[in-house]
Design a protein around this ligand. Structure first.
Ligand code: M6R
Length: 606
């Protein structure tokens, strides 16, 4: 949560920082601020502008013109400690205005540190945890800035990615990180610091990734790294093959719509050369002995967890290994029964989700083998996990995840086939299943043609108060994801139920005017779901059906027809109309679909 950017080079910093902030706004958008080192007669001082509201508010602030320097740091906030306000916005300066800091993360012991500062005569002006950092640096500064920063970092408990500037070192930005992401883009005599790669992609494809408790000293022409004890360390530059265009809207009204339409290609890229007919699946997991495992855990949060639920069926069918799916925030606190015979699979778009990282660390500490399915290259989880498989969805900017989900489900299915083949399990259906997988990009393209029908349906139901999604098996998994999408961006109350459960309680909620959306794609059980939908219609519900079966039923208000596919893969197709449905409902309500209230793209707090 929160986005930070920094620039040091030969250009004016502010326009570059503003662009960086705009491309990171998905990480938080409660308030924003910029600090630069301005010089006058070779004397430097920190000047800053900050305010409550989005980056646009900052952009329109006339005082920005006063920030002329070419060394600067900037921040867009997702409030944790202290409400969104000008005082709580970053940057925060120490009392002497010698150090300016922007911070992403949470300092858990800030109250204790605050007391220490108060005892030493400091005054703290904001309600934030961050303000202790510049003041502690000041307190610890005895002429050697690196010593002061190292000492300060050792006092902090919690997570941080920070940037520090000061007139004491006008040609440097000092950065450090622990449990919050930070990358440094390199281009000749310019350096671009950011929380996420997309913020610097229009400048460079070459990045350094800061690791845990590392410090970087960034200058126009050099970058040096140290561990927290100030031993110098060497790092490799990584080339990132995302292009800058993939982080732009490309003529679409919103990132979410663009990303929904990118799904066929994202799936194609994720399949890549991993799957081909009459050959075994190719994944770089050759040194794992899958015979060793008697249990699989799939662990993730939000949409990524829904991808796990959708793919569970595939692991049980093809690998014949009991598979459980759990949310990371629960898994880590319930002493899961795992050991070296457990395979733990973690799913994450950002690779930075705090709950997922904690669950991964727990699984490793208990001796299990860990594989992570990740979208963002070089992100924290890729560096902790034993093995990483990348979804190739490209940058996902909209807070509501869409293309990452379909790629996660696709890759999990590929992994299930891979494990099945490595275990030598006979399955005559496997080649047919691979054929279905390879057809996915075209089928998702077909389902996107339902856009006008869905836009029309959304225009009739956008002012509803309650909506229920029902389905069985993989259709139930999709119901959960469809319901989450709707909640996130339209703020309509919605729940998902296994269709068969409706009659065991929730049906009491069905009355005139409530809308029930049924997903029924499995030829073996769709009729059961239809009966459950009819039970709702009988009690006054409006009804929408998403199906790949030929159904004529004039009691159902709207039927959305989608292409047929193997039932195990159907979530990848049937989620698309539900994504569009949520999108058009939010558009009808004139909401900001890309930046829904209270949310942020990357949830780096617990
Ligand atoms: O980056 P991750 O995939 O780990 O994020 C997990 C969830 O926070 C994320 O899927 C969240 O639920 C999205 N906003 C869903 O649209």
């Amino acid at each position: 949560m929160c986005g930070i950017v920094g620039y040091i080079g030969n250009k004016k910093a502010v326009p570059i920082l503003i662009n960086g902030l705009l491309s990171l706004e998905y990480r938080g958008y409660d308030s924003a601020g910029i600090a630069v080192l301005n010089s006058f007669n070779n004397t430097y001082k920190i000047d800053f502008v900050k305010d409550k509201g989005r980056v646009k508010v900052l952009q329109d602030n006339k005082d920005l013109e006063l920030l002329q320097g070419n060394v600067g740091i900037a921040h867009t906030r997702w409030a944790t400690h202290g409400s969104p306000s000008k005082e709580n916005a970053h940057p925060h300066l120490d009392n002497s205005k010698t150090f300016a800091v922007v911070h992403n993360g949470i300092i858990e012991n800030y109250l204790e540190l605050k007391q220490k500062l108060l005892d030493n005569g400091y005054i703290l002006y904001s309600e934030t945890d961050t303000e202790v950092i510049p003041n502690l640096i000041h307190l610890n500064y005895k002429g050697d800035i690196l010593q002061a920063i190292s000492k300060t970092l050792k006092e902090l408990k919690g997570s941080y990615a920070i940037e520090v500037i000061s007139p004491l070192f006008p040609d440097k930005i000092i950065v450090a990180k622990k449990d919050s992401p930070l990358v440094i883009g390199i281009k000749d005599d310019e350096k671009f610091i950011a929380s996420d790669i997309p913020a610097a992609l229009s400048h460079t494809n070459k990045f350094y990734f800061l690791d845990e408790e590392e410090i970087g000293i960034i200058e126009q022409n050099s970058v040096k790294f140290f561990d927290i004890d100030l031993n110098e360390i060497q790092k490799d530059i990584k080339n990132i093959d995302w292009d800058a265009e993939s982080s732009e809207k490309n003529g679409f009204e919103d990132y979410m719509l663009k990303e929904i339409f990118e799904q066929p290609n994202a799936i194609r890229e994720t399949i890549g050369s991993r799957v081909s007919l009459d050959k075994n699946v190719n994944l770089e997991l050759d040194d794992i002995d899958f015979k060793n495992f008697n249990k699989i855990y799939i662990v993730a949060c939000g949409t990524a967890m829904h991808a796990g639920i959708a793919a569970k069926y595939s692991f049980e069918k093809f690998c014949k290994i009991p598979t459980e799916v759990d949310m990371a925030s629960e898994f880590r606190y319930r002493s899961p029964l795992i050991d070296e015979h457990t395979l733990c699979i973690f799913i994450t778009q950002s690779g930075e989700t705090a709950d997922t990282i904690a669950a991964l660390k727990l699984a490793k500490s208990l001796g299990s083998t860990t594989i992570s399915i990740v979208n963002v290259m070089g992100s924290s989880i890729t560096r902790i996990s034993d093995y990483t498989l990348y979804t190739h969805a490209g940058p996902e900017i909209a807070v509501a995840s869409t293309k990452a989900y379909v790629c996660q489900v696709t890759l999990l299915n590929i992994l299930a086939i891979y494990i099945s083949e490595r275990l030598g399990i006979e399955n005559s259906d496997l080649n047919i299943f691979k054929q279905s997988l390879l057809e996915l990009p075209e089928k998702v393209k077909d389902v996107l043609t339902t856009i006008d029908t869905i836009k029309e349906i959304a225009s009739h139901v956008y002012n509803q108060r309650d909506l229920y999604f029902i389905g069985r098996g993989a259709d139930y998994a999709v119901s959960m994801e469809g319901s989450l999408k709707l909640k996130e961006i339209s703020y309509i109350h919605s729940e998902a139920y296994a269709a068969g459960e409706l009659k065991h309680g929730p049906i009491a909620l069905i009355e005139n005017g409530v809308t029930v959306i049924a997903i029924a794609t499995n030829p073996n059980i769709y009729e059961k779901t239809l009966s459950n939908l009819e039970e709702s219609i009988t009690r006054g519900a409006n009804s929408i059906l998403v199906t790949n079966q030929r159904i004529i039923n004039d009691k159902i208000n709207y039927i959305i027809n989608i292409p047929e596919i193997n039932p195990i893969l159907s979530p990848i197709i049937s989620i698309v109309p539900l994504q569009l449905f949520a999108y058009f409902i939010a558009k009808n309500k004139k909401l900001d679909v890309d930046k829904p209230r209270n949310l942020a793209k990357s949830v780096t707090v617990e």
